[in-house]
Design a protein around this ligand. Structure first.
Ligand code: FAD
Length: 318
């Protein structure tokens, strides 16, 4: 963080926060759940691209997930700011209509500090108290010029948000190491620790299918690097074979060969794949919680059925 940044932060007037009492800091939610010995439950959405998608999210998905009494929701952000206003609008609407703590994602790639600062002030003015601080993925034709105006890595964004003082900050972690890290997983995990050292209160992980990857990652962070913040597994229930192949290829997560073979056997039977995905994720979550995971963060893909069924199978809520 540069002194220029500090100067701007102190010179820019901060709008008053309008947080409603029900909206909580996620670090406090995790602390409370830990004290209760109960896992925190959260669901992630992406901003729908169409009015029909908005209706589905607000009239079907959210009411269904609300019955599970989640601890918080989160809403993704298009890298480079493509969903900037929509992300904030959806977080705001969920918080106002449901009184449910909801976190706004924010990426820093190809974005100026001024734009980031404006987003954070706007978030604060809407009573948004939680930010997932990310780098985002660089556009394909990338070069150092992409980063001239803003931050290159998310630890710098974490540091910047921390200076604003009143947000709980989440960060991304990669049990199989980040796809672009060529120096090995321990280097990537050391960089995750740098994000925590600069102010991240909790980690949400990339999807994975082999729980050993999560436990090795968590144990290294806790036992070797001395990390004490919650490290929550990100769970993607498989809904569709083609889709999961694409997702894992994009983010660098492993689709184990035995799992891929099983999925192939279901062929075009979409219902069978989805049922199998629910069963698989239920077992995965059971083992994660038994191994001490502090919560479960579901990539809902804006669909309620799989996540609802998994949470019911796990008997996590009354
Ligand atoms: C839970 C979760 C939610 C997500 N939500 C979104 C979203 O809403 N929108 C979106 O666009 N993307 C999202 N992503 C994807 C994420 O933006 C990408 O995976 C991105 O490539 C990495 O983001 P990061 O914040 O981990 O980056 P960083 O922490 O900056 O790391 C990126 C790479 O840089 C390396 N690195 C870090 N620090 C240094 C350093 N000092 N020197 C050299 N190399 C370094 C790391 O090893 C890694 O390879 C999400 C990912 C997760 C796990």
């Amino acid at each position: 963080m540069t002194s220029t940044t500090n100067a701007r932060l102190t010179q820019t007037p901060a709008p008053a926060s309008v947080a409603t009492p029900a909206i909580r800091l996620i670090r406090d939610i995790y602390a409370e759940r830990r004290a209760q010995g109960r896992p925190a439950l959260s669901f992630e959405f992406f901003p729908p691209k169409t009015p029909k998608g908005d209706v589905a999210l607000f009239e079907r998905t959210l009411p269904a997930l609300q019955t599970l009494q989640p601890d918080f929701y989160s809403v993704t952000y298009g890298a480079g700011g493509s969903t900037r206003d929509k992300t904030l609008a959806i977080v705001d609407r969920i918080q106002r209509e449901h009184g449910a703590t909801t976190m706004a994602h924010l990426t820093c790639i190809s974005t100026s500090r001024l734009e980031i600062e404006r987003y954070l002030f706007e978030a604060r003015a809407k009573g948004i108290r939680n930010i997932l601080a990310l780098r985002g993925d660089p556009p394909l034709a990338t070069g150092s010029e992409q980063f001239e105006r803003g931050f290159e890595y998310s630890y710098q964004l974490v540091e910047f948000i921390k200076q604003m003082g009143d947000f709980s900050i989440g960060t991304a972690g990669f049990p199989e190491s980040h796809i672009a890290c060529t120096e090995g997983r321990h280097v990537d995990w050391q960089r995750l620790k740098a994000k925590i050292d600069r102010g991240a209160d909790f980690v949400l992980t990339q999807l994975f299918f082999d729980n050993d990857d999560y436990f090795t990652f968590r144990d290294h962070l806790v036992d070797t690097l001395g990390v004490s913040v919650p490290i929550t597994p990100g769970i993607l229930p498989i809904l569709n074979t083609g889709q999961i192949k694409r997702f894992t290829a994009l983010c660098g997560a492993t689709l184990p060969a035995a799992l891929a073979t099983k999925l192939e056997r279901y062929g075009d039977d979409a219902d069978a794949v989805a049922d199998f995905g629910i069963e698989l994720a239920t077992h995965q979550c059971e083992a994660l919680l038994a191994g001490g995971a502090p919560g479960l963060h579901f990539y809902s893909l804006n669909k309620p059925h799989a996540a609802t069924q998994i949470v019911r199978n796990l008997a996590l809520r009354d």
